[in-house]
Design a protein around this ligand. Structure first.
Ligand code: 6R9
Length: 573
């Protein structure tokens, strides 16, 4: 199945001449888009907000926010004042300094955006946490990052083990009826009284901007540090890949707890001074179609799981809505199945453009551009300025149609600069000093399109979220009935994968439905709802290597009814 290119939209924003641009492009060309090109001083929040507030865009709506309780909008001028106020609150009420970590743990609300950009204005590194995280997940991240300040709500604070976090100095609570203490501050009260003028902390392009924790196959989640320099690629991909134009209304459905929700849910659109929509609350097809219609969204960035849920709701739901403002739709996070691309064509009357990238890459890397022919099932081609290839396990490039490690040549602008507190892990992501190895397997065809094949490690992608099996296994093991646990991703038509746990029980404990439900709940309340296994299978014994590692490969083969392959390393058979 081949889908013909869209007629290239006018203007010079899109990549209508991809090959030529690719051959001639240099990231230096982008620098002129920013004020620091002249002043030498940089701050992402200035480029994304204040710069527009000081231009003819001052009264343009920067943010439309809607959830079940609130419907608000803020201009770039408003955003400048409100982020200044947030910056003043943090500066006056804590000892936080440039480079210190400030974490935000709350559902989407306008205050989340004020706080995050306020933190950046004062030079802090902003960390984000999904609202769904439970105690262990929060503890691991705040401890590892040595976060000094946390911004949260009263309800969510109950999940923060404050007494076990020695570096945490101040907690700002957003909401009503806040009981203040030496460490706990009523954000809204301080915010109301704060000055709306602030002297931005000017930083270097290589200074820290955001810290996103993400899961690997082993060990605790890794803190991926991005720096202000990421703006170069976030801006440029906003232009080429999101195809943003001045009068667009843009909606990225991702939560800022995920890298997509900061890079493309804050920075890219606002670096372009575009009006952006944020919808809080839970997903429902009616809410989402309603938002697309009511805000006249023209550019929409979402994920395969969401598209599949919309598909699943039935095409008749769409009949009540007018989506005629839509002109460009994009997807990220998991493989975009050809059926979904087909649904987009037939039902949304839009080609869904897949984009591939990772927390570690900081911005889009391999994409389908508006001007390009889409091959359904392919992630597209590298962004100009990015060199992608497939290498074997020795780091040697392989010919087209050969499966191998998807690798990116080191040195793109938004590349992660550190894995927090873990230089060895950071270094291990690069092969032969030259290639960043993504952990995905893929092949390239003879037109230079990349085709995703799977994760090389055991990382699970469920509903677009990256879940490390190790984290889930560790939590399950804390349950008093459990002896051992192995967790895999099981293919699922809606969610991509679901989490399945194989569990052996302690001596004398019998499997039961009640126990199964109890273990699921234990993970849900102890780690995160999205990390809880949807399926559990009890086994007498789990397959292990001689060194005692549970062989997830074998669990997966059991699940998929595949041959289990070489079991010679199994210890106790
Ligand atoms: C931005 C983001 C990264 C992993 C990545 C890959 C999977 C992302 C994809 C895709 C197939 C795509 N992934 N985009 N797989 N097609 N278009 O998703 O970051 O949460 O770090 O996940 O997601 O496996 O390695 P992150």
């Amino acid at each position: 199945m081949r889908i013909e290119p869209l007629v290239a939209t006018e203007g010079n924003h899109n990549l209508s001449d991809y090959e030529k641009t690719y051959a001639n492009f240099n990231w230096e060309n982008v620098n002129e888009a920013f004020s620091w090109h002249e002043t030498g001083k940089v701050n992402m929040a200035y480029e994304a907000i204040d710069r527009h507030a000081e231009s003819s865009k001052a009264n343009r709506t920067a943010l439309y926010f809607e959830d079940a309780d609130r419907k608000e909008s803020y201009t770039f001028q408003d955003m400048k004042s409100l982020t200044n106020k947030a910056a003043n609150v943090f500066k006056e009420q804590s000892s936080i300094q440039k480079g210190d970590r400030l974490f935000i743990f709350m559902p989407r609300s306008p205050e989340l955006y004020f706080a995050l950009l306020g933190a950046i204005k004062m030079g802090a590194v902003a960390g984000t946490l999904f609202e769904a995280f439970m105690e262990v997940a929060i503890y691991d991240r705040l401890l590892d990052s040595e976060a000094k300040v946390l911004v949260t709500t009263k309800a969510l604070l109950e999940r923060v083990p404050v007494e076990k976090l020695p570096h945490l100095e101040k907690i700002f609570i957003i909401g009503e009826d806040v009981v203040e203490s030496e460490t706990t501050i009523d954000f809204n009260k301080e915010f109301a009284n704060a000055r709306d003028q602030f002297d931005i902390e000017w930083v270097d392009l290589e200074d820290g901007l955001v810290l996103h924790y993400t899961s690997g196959s082993t060990g605790k989640p890794k803190g991926i540090l991005h720096v202000h320099n990421a703006m170069i690629q976030q801006y440029q991909t906003g232009k080429w890949v999101l195809d943003l134009k001045d009068d667009d209304i843009y909606w990225c459905t991702a939560d800022p707890g995920w890298v997509t929700g900061t890079a493309y849910g804050i920075f890219a659109p606002w670096l372009h001074g575009i009006s952006m929509l944020v919808v809080g609350g839970r997903f429902s097809p009616q809410n989402w179609y309603g938002a697309l219609q009511n805000y006249k969204v023209s550019v929409w960035y979402s994920a395969p799981t969401a598209f599949r849920m919309l598909m699943g709701a039935g095409n008749h739901v769409l009949e009540d809505y007018d989506l005629s403002s839509l002109r460009h739709v994009l997807s990220v996070g998991e493989p975009l199945n050809p059926e979904v691309v087909k649904w987009g064509n037939e039902v949304l009357h839009q080609r869904i453009h897949d984009t591939w990238w990772m927390t570690e890459t900081g911005a889009q890397m391999i994409c389908n551009y508006p001007s390009m022919m889409i091959k359904p099932g392919s992630m597209g081609k590298p962004v100009p300025g990015v060199t992608a290839t497939i290498v074997d396990d020795q780091g040697i490039e392989v010919p087209p149609f050969t499966m191998g490690n998807l690798a990116i040549k080191k040195g793109w602008p938004s590349m992660m600069r550190q894995i927090w507190n873990n230089k060895a892990k950071y270094d291990s992501c690069f092969m032969n000093e030259e290639w960043y190895v993504s952990g995905d397997s893929a092949y390239m065809d003879d037109d230079g399109y990349f085709w995703f094949q799977g994760r090389i490690d055991d990382v699970i992608m469920t509903a677009g979220e990256r879940v490390g099996p190790f984290e889930v296994e560790s939590k399950i093991l804390e349950h008093p009935a459990v002896l051992e646990a192995g967790v895999i991703g099981k293919p699922d038509p809606i969610r991509g994968e679901i989490i399945k746990a194989f569990i052996s029980l302690k001596e004398g404990i019998e499997p039961s439905e009640e126990l199964e439900a109890a273990i699921k709940l234990f993970v849900k309340t102890g780690l995160a709802a999205h990390a809880a296994p949807r399926e559990i299978e009890f086994k007498e014994k789990l397959p292990k290597t001689r060194s005692g590692k549970i062989m997830r490969r074998v669990l997966k083969a059991w699940e998929l009814d595949l041959p289990t392959g070489d079991l010679s390393t199994i210890g106790d058979d």
